[in-house]
Design a protein around this ligand. Structure first.
Ligand code: ZN
Length: 296
């Protein structure tokens, strides 16, 4: 009898130890996986260029943030998470678009802030560059050679990515919207050389150094640094827009002013106005002109 109780006590103790070990490791795993799944951590890791180091759980969380909303439009759109700040929501939206998310304070981050609005585009027909600045003509041409282009109606040689041209043509079917200069190779998709020529017209290497150091930003609303223009991506156009009806027609078809102080410059975002705050865009009105700026 005594042996029986000894045996029972021994097995009870073993069982308790095993149970507490399993319970504690379970708790640990739970906290760890919640930690990894935390969207802010994923975004932070992404913004610190550690995206590749993120494990599957984190990737699936980001995929969840970007998960398409079924049957709203033919183009999948991300589900917004309004618990996040504008900046976090914007970064969560674009994190799978860029090869690496630039770190705050870098030249690339400054360019992303100024010109990164296009990266919320989720139309699978729209090609986005894998980085915010092309190094030379070859890199630009390599990217442009992957694009499917469409002509803007009523122009001689104004070409944009087909989805962007189609959307613009829909706006133009509603109301006349002329090009700024009338020259397609300036107003529409540009070569690296044209981007560089425009830059040299307004700025120089010293300006570029000041932009890279974050000491000069206003020039970005006049001209894009070499290799950084949205016009290289076939997703921007310079227009003469004077009326509210023209602006509305453009907005209804996914075109917005996204570059502060660049009044003639329009960007194809591909989403309607009422979706822009879902991606974290911030509306700023300067001199009666309404801009939709990245929240970076
Ligand atoms: Zn422009």
């Amino acid at each position: 009898m005594k042996r029986f109780w000894k045996k029972t006590a021994f097995f009870t103790i073993i069982a308790l130890i095993v149970f507490s070990l399993v319970a504690s490791s379970g708790t640990k795993n739970k906290i760890l996986s919640q930690d990894i799944r935390n969207p802010e951590n994923c975004i932070l890791a992404g913004s610190l260029n550690k995206q590749k180091q993120l494990n599957q759980l984190c990737t699936s969380t980001l995929n969840h943030i970007n998960a398409p909303t079924p049957q709203t439009t033919s183009i999948p759109i991300p589900t917004p998470n309004f618990n996040l700040t504008n900046k976090e929501r914007f970064l969560a939206t674009i994190t799978d678009k860029l090869f690496t998310i630039p770190q705050p304070g870098t030249y690339e981050y400054i360019l992303l802030r100024a010109y990164g609005a296009v990266f919320v585009n989720h139309n699978p027909e729209v090609q986005l560059p894998s980085k915010v600045v092309f190094g030379d003509e070859k890199e630009t041409k390599d990217f442009q050679s992957t694009l499917s282009m469409g002509k803007v109606n009523g122009t001689n040689n104004c070409y944009l990515q087909k989805a962007a041209a189609d959307a613009l043509n829909q706006a133009k079917a509603q109301i006349n919207i002329p090009l700024k200069s009338g020259y397609g190779d300036s107003d529409c998709t540009r070569t690296f050389a044209t981007n560089l020529r425009f830059w040299r017209k307004y700025a120089n290497n010293k300006t570029l150094a000041r932009v890279q150091q974050g000491q000069e930003t206003k020039i970005l609303g006049t001209v894009a640094p070499p290799g950084a223009s949205q016009h290289l991506w076939g997703l921007a156009i310079d227009l003469r827009v004077a009326s509210e009806a023209q602006r509305q027609a453009l907005n209804q078809n996914g075109w917005f002013r996204t570059v502060e102080y660049d009044i003639p410059h329009w960007t194809y975002i591909g989403h309607p106005l009422d979706q822009l705050d879902e991606f974290g865009f911030e509306n700023k009105v300067i001199g009666g002109i309404s801009y939709w700026l990245t929240p970076l």
